[in-house]
Design a protein around this ligand. Structure first.
Ligand SMILES: N[C@@H](CCC(=O)N[C@@H](CS)C(=O)NCC(=O)O)C(=O)O
Length: 255
């Protein structure tokens, strides 16, 4: 089996896929796209992924797009040594409904503080025309870019995104309490844990992890996932925004 992953080091959606590949010990070639330079919008890449986003997985010529779909695909084709999907249908349903929630809530919400706190200086340097053309070129994210504009999302939008993150932690806390933890669905890590992981890592990277500091079940969950053998190879140097943008280090409490 040969895998090529088109992705970006700092992309949260890519990090989900790298985690599962690493956890399963599946070797993969990595094609790194520069998202700020627009590699994801080049015609050859759009033929693979018409959404113009990463990640895209090429498995022996089968092209699979969308990180949630890719991690389910990987778990189906390589269920050993470690399966990330519960055996019982009712538990699988719980996992999938959490994954839908995660894609709709934190995966989307985390983009607002990410863009406002990390990427904005790049966009602010563009002319109005350059920025409009840049937004126009994005098949999936045109409206998002236009809503943000060169000045960033307004405070109301930022607060709403942070509130959606707060509701995510509450949902995670409830799931862990119900399942007995330490993972969302109990004793075994599942794709739902992998799906939400990059959003929490991103919030910590942006210096916003105080939001769950008084939630011991989440603190423990976060420690467990950081201690997983797949975590370090997934978050190689360049995967965190603080490693790209020095102005974020202070926010994240780093020297
Ligand atoms: N639902 C998609 C979303 C993918 C996505 O939004 N990828 C971001 C990086 S995390 C991207 O490629 N952004 C490039 C852009 O907005 O132009 C997935 O999970 O794969």
């Amino acid at each position: 089996m040969a895998f090529t992953l088109y992705n970006a080091p700092q992309s949260t959606c890519s990090q989900r896929v790298r985690f599962v590949l690493n956890a399963k010990g599946l070797p993969f070639a990595e094609k790194k796209l520069d998202l700020l330079a627009g590699d994801q919008l080049k015609p050859d890449y759009l033929k693979l992924n018409p959404n113009g986003v990463v990640p895209t997985l090429d498995h022996d010529g089968n092209i699979v797009i969308d990180s949630s779909v890719i991690i389910e695909y990987l778990d189906e084709i390589a269920p050993q040594p470690a399966s990330f999907t519960p055996r019982a249908a009712a538990e699988r349903a719980k996992m999938r409904s959490l994954m839908r929630f995660i894609d709709e809530m934190p995966a989307a919400a985390v983009r607002v503080p990410t863009f406002n706190l990390a990427f904005l200086p790049r966009f602010a340097a563009m002319s109005e025309q350059e920025f409009a053309a840049f937004a126009e070129s994005k098949p999936l994210r045109k409206e998002f870019m236009l809503a943000m504009g060169r000045k960033g999302f307004p405070e109301k939008e930022m607060n709403a995104a942070l509130d959606r993150m707060k509701r995510t932690y509450e949902r995670m806390d409830l799931a862990i309490a119900e399942s007995g933890g330490p993972w969302l669905l109990g004793k075994h890590i599942t794709l739902a844990d992998v799906a939400v992981m990059p959003a929490l890592v991103r919030m910590a990277d942006l210096g916003l992890d105080h939001m769950w500091k008084d939630m011991p079940r989440i603190v423990r969950w976060y420690e467990e996932i950081r201690a997983h053998a797949a975590f370090t190879p997934t978050y190689y140097f360049g995967s965190l925004l603080t490693e790209h943008f020095p102005h974020l280090k202070k926010r994240a409490g780093q020297p």
